[in-house]
Write a protein that binds this ligand. Structure first.
Ligand code: GLU
Length: 472
């Protein structure tokens, strides 16, 4: 067993958990569990405007939903401002930061005039201003040397200090900047491995300079996880892509599928078995094997993994987990129970369950237009097939309303209607189409014979007749 790590996930209260943040949270959790270490949570709510409890609740709910249990009572940065003020005061006393009274507009105007690069130009660096209201504190970045680290995912990374601007550590209103709180807290919490998204790579040298100036120990290692991108290889965006974890839950994805799929982004097990229990992923996961290149968040593959996880559930558990998705309530649960195994094999998400069994619950099936066109408008000998099916099913004895005999009756009906191949065998796929659409409104669904058996003779024949009526 590698030595235990102490890692943390440090969400800001954004009101939702982004799948990319979920990816980082999972990497932290996996490494903690793999090493027998600790997975800590910290709420980074230094930004007062966003400090509303409901904005973090969804993030916590989603971590719980994913099964990423944390091992501490999460500290909130909004309750620790005194500590950051103390750290800033120490930096000031040591000359590591200096007061600055420039406004953003002033800095921009000077940069524009000088035609130089963006960022702070060091205007107040040597002015010897006293600290006070309206004055921020900026870090006095060394002009020489480099700051770097070994990244478990990216290898050696370093930045020339001359390229790092004198960044703000405390705002002009006295509030701490994210970076100060973030670096201070990691040291304070004894974090050994900082695992976070690629978007933080550029701030890591500032983080390290700050810790050095505070005389605090830096974490042993960093790992900056790959960026998640869409099929156009563009960074996932809230506007364009489905990035909210809660939306996936609401659309019927299982947490174990989401966790399994997220683990595969930038990483794969050495034996190539991708869909597997989380305990096996914990056993095999190593940050050193994570690939730094952007990873494609492929919803199709996620859906495939989800379907596999659904099929792997014991059938009773499948019913329990599908139940919250059944808007039609108890009758739908009953209907699902009557053909759970067949439905379980065919759905890819829990949200697909109800449309598949709805025909058993509602008075009249909801007609899907594309299905009608495909099986009825473009169908072969449809009126003949409907008439023959009604006659054959009607003729079944009372105890004959079972899948086998229903199948035999529909096969005979296909022959009666002349839907046969060159050998005179019934062409079942063609013959079934209109029957299926008549009873369920759709061309896809659970197997037909079982569906009719559950629907019952009276309702089946009514629906076949209703379709005959529509065709007349
Ligand atoms: N609070 C930061 C964010 O939500 C995370 C910073 C970190 O993980 O170091 O992006």
């Amino acid at each position: 067993m590698p030595s235990p790590v102490r890692v943390r996930f440090a969400p800001s209260p954004t009101g939702f958990l982004h799948v990319g943040s979920g990816h980082s949270a999972l990497a932290n959790w996996l490494v903690a569990r793999h090493t027998g270490g600790e997975f800590l949570l910290r709420i980074e709510d230094t930004d007062a405007e966003r400090d509303r409890p409901e904005l973090i609740q969804n993030v916590l709910d989603m971590l719980e939903w994913l099964g990423l249990k944390w091992d501490n009572t999460p500290p909130r940065q909004s309750e620790r401002h005194d500590l950051y003020a103390g750290a800033a005061a120490k930096l000031l006393a040591d000359g590591a930061v200096y007061p600055c009274e420039c406004t953003g507009e002033q800095v921009q105007a000077r940069n524009k005039e000088a035609g130089g690069k963006p960022g702070y130009d060091g205007f107040c660096r040597d002015r010897g201003l006293e600290p006070g209201p309206g004055r921020a504190l900026r870090f006095r970045t060394p002009r020489e040397g480099r700051t770097g680290w070994t990244d478990l995912v990216r290898g050696e990374i370093s930045f020339a200090n001359a390229d790092i601007e004198d960044f703000v550590v405390q705002r002009s209103n006295g509030a701490p900047m994210f970076l100060l709180a973030n670096a201070f807290d990691d040291a304070d919490m004894g974090i050994t491995h900082v695992i976070r998204g690629e978007d933080h790579v550029n701030s890591t040298p500032k983080y390290l300079l700050l810790l050095g100036a505070l005389g605090l120990t830096a974490p042993e290692a960093f790992a900056h996880m790959p960026l998640l991108v869409n099929e156009g290889r563009k960074k996932l965006s809230k506007r364009r892509d489905d990035v909210s974890m809660a939306d996936y839950r609401d659309r019927g994805y299982l947490p174990e599928a989401m966790v399994n799929y997220l683990a595969l982004l930038g990483w794969g097990p050495d034996d190539g078995v991708e869909v597997r229990p989380i305990a096996e992923i914990v056993e095999r996961y190593r940050l050193e094997d994570v690939n730094a290149s952007p990873a494609f968040f492929d919803q199709k593959k996620l859906t495939f993994v989800n379907a596999e996880k659904i099929r792997a559930l014991p059938v009773d558990e499948f019913i329990d987990r599908a139940t919250p998705f059944l808007a039609l309530g108890e009758p739908a649960v009953e209907a699902l129970r009557s053909m759970a195994v067949e439905v379980q094999e065919r759905v890819r998400t829990l949200a697909e369950v109800e449309p598949m069994i709805e025909f058993l619950v509602v008075d009249e099936p909801v007609m899907d237009e594309a299905s009608w066109t495909k099986a009825v408008t473009k169908g072969k000998a449809v009126p003949e097939m409907l008439a023959a099916t009604v006659a054959r099913l009607d003729a079944l004895p009372a105890d004959g309303w079972v899948p086998d005999q229903i199948e035999a009756a529909v096969r005979s009906a296909a022959v009666d209607a002349g839907i046969v191949n060159a050998e005179g065998e019934p062409q079942l796929s063609k013959a079934q189409g209109p029957v299926r659409v008549a009873i369920s409104g759709r061309t896809v669904g659970p197997p037909l014979w079982e569906s009719l058996a559950v629907l019952g003779r009276a309702r089946t024949i009514d629906r076949l007749r209703a379709m005959q009526g529509k065709l007349d």
